[in-house]
Design a binder for this molecule. Structure first.
Ligand SMILES: N[C@@H](CCC(=O)N[C@@H](CS)C(=O)NCC(=O)O)C(=O)O
Length: 192
């Protein structure tokens, strides 16, 4: 197991241009030591037995933290926030963090392709815009994993699906604020 100053170090498994970038952003925000294991996915490294022992689904990201092995980016974000004691104390606020992470990982991206892009997505973005109006962060007054999950998906929406956020000024300014964070630039944009 990888170590840092005699302590087991978190390992994040990913590949070039994968959703491992989302988790990397949060690890950078946390400022804790970690090893980013970039696998050769073109060569099928993520389908080899040693990686399948970490994630039997054969997908990235996956995280190893001592005895803990996890996969699914949203679950990994929530685990890190919890284990690093970054979740809100209030149960209702924690519920909102879960809500936005799940929305960002399922409902929102599902509406970004096909017919839903024309029918569903504008409604979701209008509601998101209202939720973000006058706010820098989704939950409370500090960055949570809800923001990491949401802003990652929004930036992928722009890059991969050419989704235009200009009709949604609060969404646009929220995303602009996130992209200015050095941890975002390192994690999502890969700028070291
Ligand atoms: N919902 C999952 C998606 C995982 C996923 O599909 N990862 C892609 C890379 S972004 C992958 O590993 N693809 C390789 C494959 O399916 O063989 C998450 O957020 O972690």
């Amino acid at each position: 197991m990888a170590q840092f100053k005699g302590v087991f170090m978190i390992q994040l498994y990913g590949g070039q241009q994968t959703r491992a970038a989302i988790v990397r952003w949060y690890l950078e925000e946390l400022g804790i030591p970690y090893e980013f294991v970039v696998m050769d996915m073109k060569a099928g490294a993520h389908k080899q037995p040693d990686f399948l022992a970490i994630n039997p689904m054969g997908k990235v990201p996956a995280l190893v933290d001592g005895e803990v092995k996890l996969w699914e980016s949203g679950a990994i974000l929530l685990y890190l926030a919890d284990s690093q004691e970054k979740m809100p104390e209030d149960a209702g606020a924690r519920g909102q963090v879960y809500q936005w992470v799940l929305f960002a990982n399922s409902t929102l991206p599902q509406a970004m392709t096909g017919e839903a892009k024309e029918t569903q997505l504008p409604k979701l973005l209008t509601a998101l815009d209202a939720a973000l109006t006058g706010k820098e962060f989704l939950v409370g007054d500090t960055l949570t994993v809800a923001d990491v999950a949401m802003a990652s998906i929004l930036s992928y929406a722009q890059m991969l699906f050419q989704i235009d956020f200009s009709p949604y000024s609060a969404v646009q300014s929220y995303l602009g604020g996130m992209t200015e964070r050095s941890a975002f630039r390192k994690g999502i944009m890969g700028q070291d």
